[in-house]
Design a binder for this molecule. Sequence first.
Ligand SMILES: *[C@@H]1O[C@H](CO)[C@@H](O)[C@H](O)[C@H]1NC(C)=O
Ligand SMILES: *[C@@H]1O[C@H](CO)[C@@H](O)[C@H](O)[C@H]1NC(C)=O
Length: 403
Amino acid sequence: MGSPRWKRLCLLLLAALTSSVLLYGHYYATVESPTSQRIIASLLQPQPLILASSGTSHRAGSHRWALGGGLERGKFFRPSTDLEEPKPSRQQPSTCPSSVMARAKADPKFGDIFLFDTPVLMWDQHFTTETWDRLKTRHVPYGWQGLSHTAVGSTLQLLNASANRQLFDRDSFPGGCVRCAVVGNGGILNGSRQGKAIDAHDLVFRLNGAVIKGFEEDVGTKISFYGFTVNTMKNSLIAYEEYGFSQVPQGKDLRYIFIPSDIRDYVMLKAAIQGRPVPEGSDRGDRPQKYFGPEASAEKFKLLHPDFLQYLTARFLRSELLDMQYGSLYMPSTGALMLLTALHTCDQVSAYGFITSNYEEFSDHYYETEKKPLVFYANHDMMLEAALWRSLHRAGIMTLYQR
Ligand SMILES: *[C@@H]1O[C@H](CO)[C@@H](O)[C@H](O)[C@H]1NC(C)=O
Ligand SMILES: *[C@@H]1O[C@H](CO)[C@@H](O)[C@H](O)[C@H]1NC(C)=O
């Protein structure tokens, strides 16, 4: 049984989701009136590759990966030539005999799904007329439909440091093989004693309600990246405060990965770089330092590219939910986006605290004191994500922690 406080919060979240569904419905009905099919068509248009799930049942293991025809490799995502793309030496380093890239390319199924030259991050040089015209036709998080040109442009303009163009500097890993752990918040980590193994990785990604204090033995303490949307970050601070998540992780070497799921994310990111209170919108008056610490600089923040989110959804997590009435609300979970980001940037990836086939044996999160069933949010497809992780693990492309 949950505490009354938890129940109240659930009701609150439900109410918020319901009202946003209604708002979305209203917006599309009155302003744009495309059918949801149109929205989905535009989402998938540039990526003819469809990852269809074969079953109608939503049981773990029911998903199969199927390839659609007419794959035009890299056509859509190739950046314009005058763009300064980072050229990390993704050639397989000798110290890294089984890199994600090598394994993925050699795999009969995933070889055609991964496109390692897809841009992962977005920075100032991406803000061109061509990109604006293309992205303004897709809704968030895949584009900028309905967002203000000034709001988006003035944020991107600030992402002008070399650190904004790459997740990490490969030169600082002379061994050449960058090993990453991505730590989800799943109950499987309770009592797991994986802390040392997690901290032994070169880089550690965490997200949302990443409680560390009191759980060091199970989840470790190292944190290189914290991933979130402003919405998930602020909800986590409310929902998991009772478990000790009273503050977003902070640290000198910690970098923040913004997922641009709403205009809020662009507005908060700008304020964070400028070190000023948020001037407008639903977070108006918020002081970014409260979340991200005293350092306000472009180097501290990374922004995922809407094209990357589109590519991930179309190729890796193309859910049946997209074909349903409120399909435009669907997006991969924060954990899924962080894990897929790591798979596109690191040489070796281990996933901890992500959904496994036997998820029902574990609590929703590792820090709950009484077992709570996993919450299935209406805008995510956890079963499809579970099938993807299992599939990537079996292909040897990443290691999924299971017990
Ligand atoms: C980035 O932009 C800021 C503000 O416009 C400017 O002060 C800074 O010098 C720029 N940095 C680089 C590396 O160009
Ligand atoms: C977490 O593990 C501890 C010790 O193994 C156990 O007592 C507790 O019930 C577990 N919590 C949940 C939510 O399952």
